[in-house]
Write a protein of this length. Structure first.
Length: 253
């Protein structure tokens, strides 16, 4: 069976799920009700990539494709746009944004990419660093902006300079005198740490999520140890809790 046939089958399944004899849950969904699922599926795919789990990647890509079809069918029902228009728009955009592949221009240029994007949106000016995508988590947005700046040559030459910048921002945060300054300097420190993550080839968003998961896992194990000894968590002081925490850390290591 050809790719087009499979896509048509998937499209028809979604139409049936939304149809009179379809699924009660699927039939009541809207663009708004599905927003969180789009984000969730994207993160689950990223996790599968980081885990290098091909089977999981295949599944999560299917879930992302499901969201594309879901929203497209809803749009058709509301007479907003069609699935074919979604595909046609993507095809045209890919061709338009790659004049070095589908046109006469020579070589890829990030600046040219941003120029084309700006023209598409009717903007007379464009920035080589791109726009801030407010839909992205803050750490991912910072990384993207830094990558864009690096693409046009505005970046650190040496990782030691990045380490020095982090230390500088820590010093400035310690010296901040009021809430406004503290908030600004803390943001500068986070931005510097994202830069460091780039130079260490680390995704800061994924790294922070893993650190949070580790904290939750260790905290839950600490609770289990305390309960196993018949102790009351709330009656333990910080030093006693810290002792249990260190026990869990030692066992994991």
């Amino acid at each position: 069976m050809q790719l087009g046939d499979k896509f048509e089958e998937l499209y028809q399944i979604m139409k049936d799920l939304r149809g009179p004899n379809g699924c009660e849950w699927d039939k009541v969904q809207t663009h708004d009700s599905l927003k969180s699922y789009v984000i969730e599926e994207a993160y689950e795919f990223v996790e599968a990539v980081d885990e290098k789990d091909n089977s999981k990647m295949k599944e999560e890509l299917g879930d992302i494709l499901l969201q594309v079809i879901f929203h497209s069918v809803i749009a058709e029902e509301n007479e907003e746009f069609t699935t074919i228009q979604v595909i046609e728009n993507l095809i045209q955009k890919l061709i338009r944004r790659h004049p070095h592949v589908f046109g006469d221009e020579k070589g890829y240029s990030y600046a040219r990419w941003e120029e084309i994007k700006a023209k598409e949106k009717g903007e007379k000016k464009y920035s080589r660093v791109g726009k801030i995508n407010k839909a992205l988590p803050a750490l991912s947005s910072a990384r993207r902006v830094q990558e864009n700046a690096a693409t046009v040559g505005f970046d650190w030459d040496d990782i030691n300079d990045v380490w020095n910048k982090v230390e500088e921002e820590i010093k400035e945060l310690k010296e901040a005198k009021n809430d406004e300054e503290i908030a600004e300097e803390f943001g500068d420190l986070l931005f510097a740490l994202v830069n460091l993550a780039r130079f260490l080839n680390i995704d800061p968003e994924f790294s922070l999520r893993k650190a949070t998961e580790k904290f939750v896992r260790r905290f839950q194990k600490m609770e289990e140890k305390i309960e196993g000894l018949g102790e009351d968590f709330e009656n333990l002081d910080l030093q006693e809790l810290d002792n249990f925490w260190n026990m869990v850390k030692k066992e994991e290591e």
